[in-house]
Design a protein around this ligand. Structure first.
Ligand code: PA5
Length: 436
């Protein structure tokens, strides 16, 4: 279901170095499976694909249907792990021009609370004024500033437009099962709610209602997503060198130890942009601690070959690439023959666009390896819910293994608090005045 090829990266380390990291990765897998490592109170995500009951999936599908009845736009409010998983999956599975489709069977999902853009929120309100809408607000802590600001705005809009009583049926809150400001508000206002399990952290929560409800609202098959993740959970539980999560963690740590401190996730498919953003958060927030960790970056090829290509080919050599390769595209479009051939493209007339893209991928891989960039390749057959579910779980599992190999706690994020303290002090939040 997923292939991992690290031949073009292994040549940058010795066989002994790779073997040592593979051994370390197997030990880290043990630590993860036995829940004996750092942050072991946040390992609920490990078993999510098997733990979710068919009745829970049906409840999410039912809630999605009820919320969206007669609704044109659903605004999903959240940030970080409460945003990127749903955004990544919806983008990967949606029509590239979904917003412009003349007719749709499911509402358009828009996001808010992932920034503090005044123009962004004002322009969103402008759109909502002319459309029927509903809202899913997601925050585990319930106190994160960005989504809290956005929710105040959207809640006010819904209440003014539909009246307080009707507005509450247009809001679903996803938050901690028992505590936090959003839970209190939801109980007080009578919103429908779904719980984020206490032992699942934000960036590992895409397979909880945090990701599943927005994905179901957008019309995608959450049962297939879970099934892909469940199959990958089996494959990546295996304590063997056939386990792709073990090998991915091993090769990236072997490269890191050789001074390759930056990993660039490369995609050749425009729908994968937000999958990269999700991956960046997963690895950046999990590993970037104690002044350690591979810096996760991303590029969209071939677009970025015309902006970042020069650097990647000939700049500093402290980086490696992980290419996400998709087997089949679902459409079929060929390059047309042209009588004049002024652009000299007739030599590829009749070929599929995807074939050209594949040759760009292969050509780039060879060029970058020649230029001193190790390249890992992760392949999936096609962009569908099952394959994406497997890919998400694969990256989560490898991230847990890799974080333990590095010696950090992959499941906390103490560094995220620093900016908040300063921002609160600057905004005059009571209790924060003396902190900066
Ligand atoms: O991975 C994480 O834990 C974070 O990125 C959180 O998801 C993010 O900060 C949002 O937090 P919350 O869901 O509490 O609003």
């Amino acid at each position: 279901m997923l292939t991992l090829n690290y031949e073009k990266a292994a040549s940058f380390v010795s066989a002994a170095e790779l073997e040592a990291q593979q051994e370390k990765a197997l030990e880290a897998l043990d630590t993860l499976n036995s829940k004996s490592g750092k942050g072991s109170g946040f390992l609920g995500w490990l078993h999510l694909p098997d733990a979710i009951a068919p009745a829970e999936i049906q409840a999410l599908q039912k809630a999605a249907k009820e919320l969206t009845d007669g609704v044109e736009i659903v605004v999903v409010i959240g940030i970080g792990g409460s945003y990127l998983g749903a955004k990544a999956v919806i983008e990967a599975l949606s029509h590239s021009f979904a917003a412009l489709l003349p007719s749709r069977s499911h509402p358009l999902v828009l996001f808010a609370g992932q920034n503090i853009g005044e123009d962004y929120l004002s322009e969103l309100l402008e759109i909502l004024n002319a459309k029927s809408s509903a809202c899913i607000v997601i925050s585990k802590s319930g106190t994160t500033t960005e989504p809290a600001i956005a929710f105040r705005i959207i809640k006010k809009h819904l209440e003014e437009k539909y009246g307080k009583a009707a507005a509450k049926n247009r809001i679903i809150a996803i938050t901690d099962p028992s505590c936090g400001a959003l839970r209190t508000l939801a109980v007080q206002e009578g919103y429908s709610t779904f719980a984020i399990p206490g032992d699942v952290g934000g960036r590992f929560s895409v397979l909880t209602p945090v990701g599943l409800l927005p994905i179901a609202v957008a019309g995608f098959d959450i049962a297939a997503l879970i099934s892909g993740a469940a199959d990958m959970a089996k494959i990546t539980a295996e304590k063997s060198l056939h386990n792709p999560a073990v090998n991915y963690a091993a090769i990236r740590n072997a490269l890191y130890n050789k001074g390759k401190k930056i990993e660039i996730l490369v995609n050749y498919h425009p729908k994968m942009h937000y999958l990269t953003e999700w991956w960046k958060q997963l690895y950046g927030e999990s590993e970037g601690k104690e002044h350690k960790g591979i810096f996760p970056a991303g590029v969209d090829f071939t677009s970025d070959l015309h902006s970042m290509g020069q650097y990647l080919q000939e700049g500093e050599r402290g980086l490696f690439e992980t290419v996400l390769s998709i087997g089949n595209e679902s459409s079929h479009l060929e390059i047309p023959f042209d009588e004049q051939d002024l652009d000299q493209l007739n030599f590829i007339a009749g070929k599929r666009i995807s074939e050209c893209n594949k040759m760009a991928e292969l050509g780039t891989l060879l060029a970058h390896v020649d230029g001193g960039v190790p390249v890992i390749r992760i392949g999936i057959q096609q962009l569908d819910a099952y394959a994406i579910g497997g890919l998400l779980y694969f990256f989560e599992k490898a991230c847990g293994i890799s974080g333990y190999m590095l010696g950090v706690n992959p499941f906390d994020q103490p560094g995220v608090e620093a900016y908040k303290k300063n921002m609160f002090a600057l905004l005059g939040k009571p209790g924060y005045e003396l902190m900066c």
